[in-house]
Design a protein around this ligand. Structure first.
Ligand SMILES: CC(C)(COP(=O)(O)OP(=O)(O)OC[C@H]1O[C@@H](n2cnc3c(N)ncnc32)[C@H](O)[C@@H]1OP(=O)(O)O)[C@@H](O)C(=O)NCCC(=O)NCCS
Length: 168
């Protein structure tokens, strides 16, 4: 399996991959594929952290880490958002998702990022070190149940001095 940056030519296949992958997601709004497009055209897109997984030339997975912010009064802390992550159905449970997460986190760390936030299933994300954000004094302002909003510190004390609210 090869994990590398997404390319312009594969934006349409990525759209399809995300759309189909989320048809089996526990929670979905059916628009995650459009969210990918929105993130790319936002100022929060980080090309180095939008990755595709391929096997024998076939796109089998995709992940995006983009910039988002925790607000505390007049302070604004930059943090990464993991969303979405998608693995093709026939390649599930083979470690593709785990490899996409680990590889993107390594790259993010090398770029100087210190933590990653997401909305997702704790049963999947705890294994990567994600913990609920409320434990760190970070609240979401969208009424998402606390246990689904999680953060992973890429370095020790990656959230030092950071608390506030986040719009997800
Ligand atoms: C979630 C997803 C990316 C995982 O990809 P994957 O390549 O199958 O994952 P991995 O092979 O790295 O890990 C598989 C393990 O995670 C578990 N797992 C996968 N999805 C899970 C979920 N939603 N909840 C709990 N556990 C989950 C599997 O049971 C397996 O467990 P095991 O290692 O104990 O056997 C993939 O299932 C997917 O694309 N789902 C649809 C889109 C989606 O839900 N995205 C995440 C939104 S939060």
């Amino acid at each position: 399996m090869l994990i590398r940056r997404e390319t312009l030519e594969e934006f349409p296949p990525i759209y399809d991959l995300v759309k189909v992958a989320f048809q089996t997601a526990k929670v979905t709004n059916g628009k995650e594929q459009d969210f990918v497009d929105q993130l790319r055209s936002s100022g929060n897109y980080i090309p180095e952290l939008a990755l595709g997984a391929e096997e024998k030339g076939k796109l089998i997975g995709h992940i995006m880490l983009t910039k988002t912010y925790i607000i505390n009064g007049s302070n604004k802390f930059e943090i990464l958002l993991l969303a979405p992550i998608s693995v093709a159905l026939e390649y599930r449970n083979k470690g593709v998702g785990s490899n996409l997460i680990k590889e993107s986190f390594q790259l993010a760390k090398e770029m100087g990022y210190k933590s990653v936030i997401l909305v997702g299933d704790p049963a999947y994300y705890h294994r990567f070190g994600f913990k609920t954000t409320v434990d760190f004094g970070i609240k979401n302002i969208n009424n998402i149940p606390d246990e689904y909003v999680m953060v992973c510190q890429l370095v020790p004390d990656g959230l030092h001095g950071i608390s506030g609210t986040i719009a997800l």
